[in-house]
Ligand binder design. Structure first.
Ligand code: CA
Length: 232
């Protein structure tokens, strides 16, 4: 399953070499691009399974690479950014990136992110059509019946909590930004919506956790960024 083709977009040669060595050691195939233009060309010619994308590129913004690639492809994009590029990171997720890593990163973390993306790909490829059900550990969302349950016990969710849960489930493994979520749920993204989102998310999480009666964490908070449903 490790035979994914990874496109590594990074202008810093030492970082690129570090990533290349790590990928090679772990049995991944990869191709490298030092610029945004080269990245776009390779994304279309090599048809990579995952793109690792540095946001600070010499010829264009990484976020523009995402927008261009998203014009024709749903390939998972993992953004790699310096901490000073935090706002860009959120913009990148809004533009359609799937995940992010902050520099300096450990190679173990990079591998963990790749494995998570791989699991999500495998899951998406084998999942049933959206009109049936979503199962993740003890959690089950029955789209046809508009219900959700944990260990067979139905959750008493408000309509907004249920929609939040569906949105997270449909994007399992991905970090969803506050802006992305509020736009999907409320059709807009004001500060007040983001405050409401925190409240709804806390209630949803409490209901899931009290029903599962365990420490199992389904919804992960990324402070200042958004939420992710963990693929168990
Ligand atoms: Ca750079």
């Amino acid at each position: 399953m490790n035979k994914l083709m990874i496109l590594v977009v990074e202008d810093d040669k030492s970082v690129r070499n570090l990533i290349a060595t790590t990928l090679r050691t772990n049995g991944y195939r990869f191709t490298e691009a030092p610029t945004g233009e080269e990245a776009i060309i390779q994304a279309s010619s090599h048809n990579p399974d995952v793109i690792l994308l540095d946001l600070g590129l010499p010829d264009m913004e990484g976020i523009d690479v995402i927008r261009r690639v998203r014009g024709w492809s749903n390939v998972p994009i993992i953004v790699i950014s310096a901490r000073s590029e935090d706002a860009d990171k959120i913009g990148a997720l809004d533009a359609g990136a799937d995940d992010y890593l902050t520099k300096p990163f450990s190679v173990d973390e990079l591998m963990a992110r790749l494995r998570a993306t791989q699991r999500r790909l495998a899951y998406t490829n084998t999942s049933a059509p959206a009109d049936s059900a979503f199962v993740n550990g003890a959690l089950r969302v029955d789209y046809a019946a508009n219900t959700a349950s944990v260990n067979g016990e139905e959750l008493r969710l408000t309509p907004i909590e249920y929609r939040l849960l569906c949105l997270l489930a449909q994007n399992v493994g991905k970090v969803l930004t506050h802006t992305f979520i509020t736009q999907r749920i409320w059709g807009k993204s004001m500060e007040s919506d983001i405050a409401s989102l925190r409240v709804y998310m806390a209630m949803l999480r409490r209901k899931i956790e009290s029903a599962s009666g365990s420490e199992t964490q389904y919804i992960q908070t990324h402070i200042g960024i958004g939420y992710r449903m963990i693929k168990l």
